[in-house]
Design a protein around this ligand. Sequence first.
Ligand code: FAD
Length: 463
Amino acid sequence: STVLIWFRRDLRLFDHAALYHALKNSQRVIAVFIFDSTILDGLPRQDRRVAFIWHSLQQLKTSLREQGSDLIVRHGDPCNEIPLLAQRYKANAVYTNHDYEPSAILRDASVCRQLAAQGVGFHTYKDQVIFEKDEIQTQAQQMYSVFTPYKRAWLARLDDFYLRSYPVQPYFDHLEKFIDGALPNLSELGFDDVNVDTYKPGMQGGELLFEEFCQRITQYREARDFPAIKGVSYLSAHLRFGTVSIRELARIAKQIGGAGAETWLSELIWRDFYHQILWHRPDVVGHAFKPAYDSIVFPNNCEYFAAWCEGRTGFPIVDAAMRQLNQTGFMHNRLRMIVASFLVKDLLVDWRWGEQYFAQKLMDYDLAANNGGWQWAASTGCDAQPYFRIFNPITQSERFDAQGKFIRRYCPELALLNDKAIHAPWLNEAGSSAIGDYPMPIVNHASQRLLAMALFKKSINLG
Ligand code: FAD
């Protein structure tokens, strides 16, 4: 029998759940990927993520060709393309991995229905997380909405079984031998070939980055909060597109052990946590996790929002972070927390606006993690910051970028200020000549903080 393996957020040819099951169950496995026009049509020409996917597919295709097989790549609506491909190749079944985003769940249900009408099976597997859906529940069979007990239960449930790799290589002779055309060029797809070399796309890039990170994982706990140093793994885009295997990363982190690796494993658990929240509560897309917070009416000053997006709020740490995002598609986690808090609680702009902006710009954009992060910072989410805990952008800057190294990288106009003045240039004694065009702060933190507290308090009391 012939089967299709449909690649989506899992662009690798090792430790792959759906591929393993396809290869075990069939002697003729055909790999396919669809550039989803329903997503691509809404993106700008210069989208780093499309370039990352394209380069990752190139590696996947080359590896499949080394096995005498190939990767079929189409551009269109998967709800049409997958049933068409199943028909064309007379497939008995389509194999793929779970996707927990609400729109992907609808898409898969539609594909499944159409395939069923053609007499074709649709088999899906857990692959992108260690524990999914309701695998980790409270004793009362409820979802966890607080991280620490979730993590405890997650670690208690973990054993070698869940970290085992799916051995696909031994079955590679079950890949169908054929040749398909070349990958469509990015320009044919309507995109520019943006340079994504720093992200090291593809499974080879993911392996390289992880190997490199393992050399410094023992320092992760101390180094992870400082954006000017190489403390974190930079693997988020690889986790997003599945060019690395979550089982392999978690297994190796566990083997290495110690405070650094354990703290890093904890971050991977946050990832599972937000995925299960999204699966249980798809309404968090567009709504506060805590319904009372949905009644907040944010003033939403458009000029403030534009200044935030463009990195010209007059708060150097915020501006440097936003410029990093705009220029590179990445932002350090500490900075994501700072700018998110600043947008909501200093500028009083709806967290959904910020969530949307991140969704457009982040290379590692992931609905579950992004929504979770924004709702955490906005105090509207599960296990979020209490609304009265408001980051002070200046003290955060002094603490996590003490010498202003990160700020100098992205706000060169402030480079000449000393380490103290760089966090709040408007207090600088040398006057405006030392800071060139750099703007004055658009708001006063102390007074905005009081406004934010009043706004949140009023809504919660009403809610
Ligand atoms: P590391 O510190 O090396 O962590 C390893 C991996 O753990 C990450 O790659 C990521 O997959 C996972 N992880 C780490 N922190 C979190 C977290 N808080 N929640 C969920 N998973 C986590 N992460 C995304 O992958 N996509 C997003 O769209 C996203 N948006 C965010 C928005 C906001 C407002 C905030 C506060 C956080 C967001 N995060 C998001 C989480 C986190 O900032 C990034 O995962 C991290 O900065 C990526 O860098 P890294 O791979 O070097 O992380």
